[in-house]
Ligand binder design. Sequence first.
Ligand code: ARG
Length: 463
Amino acid sequence: MSTLWQGRFEGGPADELLAFTVSLPVDRRLAVDDLAGSRAHVRGLARAGILTDDEAAVVLAALDRVGDELVSGRFTFEPTDEDIHTAIERRVTALAGAAGAKLHTGRSRNDQVATALRLWCKRELAAVARRVLTLQRTLLDRAREAGAAYLPGYTHLQRAQPVLLAHHLLAHGWALARDVDRLLDCRRRADVSALGAGALAGSSLPLDPDATARDLGFASRFENSLDAVSDRDFVAEALFALSLVAVHLSRMGEEVIVWSTDEFGFARLDDAYATGSSMLPQKKNPDIAELARGKAGRVIGDLTGLLATLKGLPLSYNRDLQEDKEPLFDAVDQLSLGLTAMAGLYGTLTFDVARMQAAADSPYAAATDLAELLVDRGTPFRDAHALVGALVRDSLERHVPLAELVEAHPDLGADGAALLEPGRPVSRRRTAGGAGPDPVSLQLERFGRRLEVDAERLGESSE
Ligand code: ARG
């Protein structure tokens, strides 16, 4: 058995060693990024005069061929291919002979892995952000359709004040807008080449990390070779940004779960986005929403697992760092599926607006409006709050409709009673960013523009 390090060793590796240390099943998805890094490195070696132009051409052709073999499934892995980087180099050497044996000059798997993973992050974080955008577009469409529909807004899951349904839906939309921002921001910090850091200290050969960084489309190169091979901040913060997306999906899922209960009855699930029960014929279950909630735990686990791996690692590269990929890939995979499923779920929900509005039309939901009417008429808010609170208590205790008590009150009268009419309270939320029709129509425009801006940012940064 041949390994990358066999010169220093008398015997081959134990089976147990290989079984425990291989990462190929996980990191084979870095193949395209490893190939890109290798091509840039070969061109760098040619510029440095370490490979002749002919040798470089032979190695580049071998890299292309390996790429084809990997894509078509014709690539045969060997038991000693401990990771994708080893496998590719082994095959390139077999194809390109003496020139191939020069591929790894001035390079270590340490800078190679970090570079490939950074390329992977740049592409995949943008792809996740694009899926977030799709979900946001669904929310925008649903919010536009919702028109003047309203429902109770809640605090402490107790009815608080009526809000437009559009306002409620866009609340999720803005949280997701911050997620897009965060994903792009952490993509920016991933956009640094590690190639040329070598094993940990750079090289004695005339290599140019700036040139290979440019070749690979990175915004810059590493500043410090020790940092370059040991830094996984970019993975940790990607996992945090992804965890927060997962948390937002979980909250949206929880909402669908609650809204689709008989008790709430605010939304009905589309058949295509619901599941049945194997035993209870009447059931229609919100499994997507539940898994959106459940998978958040898993993605948070991916983040905390990586942080625990990084904690206490001495400089610079340690094999522990190999454990960075599985949580990252898992989080990206779970969110990619989850975002698409949630867009389908939200896009196909049927809202029961009559039920929402009936729940919001409780006269008590207008209590703040009554207090604000008193404020309008010169009563200090604290006194107005106490006065209305007493009316509510009186109404509940004596089972007298609040409207009657309000009408009879000298400071409130008919104007006060009119505030209790269905739909009145929500129409009075006029301040910027508020829940009423005027601010919400402005908000719909601003949200739509925000999605256009983000689409453009993602188009530009998708390479
Ligand atoms: N598969 C390893 C990783 O992902 C490659 C690096 C191995 N480097 C080493 N010095 N043993 O980290």
